[in-house]
Write a protein that binds this ligand. Structure first.
Ligand code: HEM
Length: 482
């Protein structure tokens, strides 16, 4: 009996060693057939790869990968444990890789099959999601709703958690740009969909209710299909060119009507399928990200009252009592610098969204086989002491020139990533951040809930780094009076 147990253990250990060896030999006998070694990387556990290290202090690990291995390295991760993940640690490697088609795929993970099953029209979508008046109008509507009652269920001056309210307002604004409808803040569907993005389970689908997620996606799929149908019917009753462009879906449908090239991702049924997938992606990626950044923003305002006071001053000087508009942006360098510092310090998407290689390719002299998963270490870019000097300090002035009147652009600061798959919601999100942030700070002062310890800026780790729940006291303010 003991002998059999021992034999079993030895066989198990041999399997683990074999697996680990196979992982570590990737690149010497990989699919390129080349003899060049893969980028170097840390020792990984058999079966679990680097996951156990990431589970413990993941952000420190991301920085350690950069300081120990330099511009590029290889790790093995959870879901991808049988295959390598190449980590790009520097701005240079990320920029060089992501400008190439070969590095612009997305991993075909089981969990992403639902959304990956269609043509991708992102380059065209990027143009359509640029700055537009519709967006600022919707944001203003939402700011007014929030501004009238940001605490909703509480009384003025009582501590509130702003998270759900911010989520709803941002989602509602996104919804009306895309579908042309606004929902009441109590609407069930919009409230449920707020949680989509937080359900995205990157590495452990079972633990993170992936099945429930897929189920809810199918329901949303059907819901969006109905909305597309409604738009199509409206267009055919009103005549295709008479109704004007109401929203993003109208714009997309008119592009489909105008497309005669069968190879285009806008062509006929392919175009319609691609519209559905695009809508799903927009809501999944857009619902939580901007509102999570705003949630960070008000936390930093509570933790840094001096910064909040300076933003109030700039608002009073430039806006007075007029509602904010995007034209005010260039007149408010300090506020702009604060928003950039919030994006840097919160590092909302620390590992980007994973890319994959679409063909055998090379980077920094290393052979990278087709279908390799690629991770951009954006967290390291935002926290590199050699570049920022004091990355741990919240210091908006770093984004201002010596005269404090001009915003400084840092090439290596890419919170929305870069290249062919960079965030298509970047402009929309930057505009929304400005309008919501300024709109609410114009009307309110956000202060600590003195009955509790000061909130912490330690993030909740996940695909996105969200602020840990906190409460604030919101006080009305009169322009010009602190
Ligand atoms: C502060 C807010 C946001 C941040 C920091 C952010 C950041 C990012 C990052 C880092 C990526 C990965 C890019 C890459 O793979 O190279 C991404 C992708 C994406 N983002 Fe955002 N994002 C934000 C808001 C939004 C919004 C508001 C929308 C939609 C309205 C959106 C839609 C998307 C989509 C659809 C993708 C995938 C694009 C593709 O696969 O080509 N994001 N975002």
């Amino acid at each position: 009996m003991l002998f059999h147990v021992m034999l079993g253990i030895v066989a198990f250990i041999c399997t683990l060693i074999k697996l680990n060896l196979r992982n570590r030999l990737w690149g010497t006998s990989g699919s390129t057939g080349s003899n060049k070694p893969c980028p170097p990387g840390p020792w990984c556990f058999p079966l679990f790869g680097y996951m156990p290290f990431f589970a413990y202090k993941p952000l420190e690990r991301l920085q350690a990968l950069a300081s120990n291995y330099g511009e590029i390295c290889t790790i093995f991760l959870g879901q991808y444990r049988q295959a390598p993940v190449v980590v790009l640690n520097s701005y240079y490697t990320i920029r060089e890789a992501f400008k190439e088609d070969a590095f612009s795929g997305r991993p075909t993970l089981k969990m992403l099959e639902v959304r990956n099953s269609g043509a991708n029209a992102w380059s065209a979508v990027r143009e359509k999601l640029g700055r537009n008046n519709a967006s600022s109008q919707c944001d203003i509507c939402e700011i007014l709703v929030l501004g009238n009652n940001p605490w909703k269920d509480g009384k003025v001056g009582t501590p509130v958690d702003l998270k759900a309210r911010l989520n709803l307002a941002v989602l509602n604004a996104l919804w009306s740009i895309i579908c042309g409808q606004r929902y009441s803040h109590d609407d069930g569907l919009v409230r449920n969909s707020v949680h989509w993005a937080t359900l995205i389970p990157p590495l452990a689908p079972r633990l993170t209710r992936w099945n429930a997620f897929v189920h809810s996606i199918s329901a949303v799929h059907r819901f969006l299909q109905d909305i597309i149908e409604e738009h199509k019917q409206e267009r055919s009753t009103q005549g295709r060119n008479s109704g004007g462009m109401k929203d993003f879906i109208d714009l997309y449908l008119s592009e489909i009507d105008a497309t005669s090239d069968p190879a285009s991702s806008f062509y006929k049924e392919r175009g319609e399928h691609s519209l559905l997938i695009t809508l799903l992606d927009l809501f999944m990626a857009g619902a939580d990200t901007t509102s999570a950044t705003l949630y960070w923003a008000f936390l930093y305002m509570v933790l840094h009252e001096d910064v909040q006071r300076k933003v109030h001053n700039e608002i009073d000087l430039v806006l007075g009592n007029s509602p904010p508009s995007l034209d005010h942006k260039k007149l408010m360098p300090y506020t702009e610098a604060v928003l950039l510092e919030i994006l840097r310090k919160s590092s909302l998407v620390p590992m980007g969204l994973f890319h994959s290689t679409t063909s055998n390719t090379k980077l920094l002299g290393f052979d990278i086989p087709k279908d390799t998963v690629i991770m951009a270490n954006l967290y390291n870019l935002n926290n590199d002491a050699a570049y920022w000097g004091d990355p741990q300090t919240f210091r908006p002035e770093r984004f201002l020139d010596d005269s404090k009147t001009t915003v400084v652009k840092f090439e290596r600061f890419i919170p929305f990533s870069t290249g062919k798959r960079s965030c298509p919601g970047e402009n929309l999100s930057r505009d929304q951040l400005f309008l919501f942030f300024v709109g609410l700070l114009q009307k309110f002062i956000f202060v600590s809930d003195y009955a509790r310890p000061k909130p912490s800026d330690k993030p909740n780790n996940g695909v996105i780094l969200s602020a840990s729940p906190y409460t604030v006291v919101v006080r009305s303010r009169v322009v010009g009076v602190e």
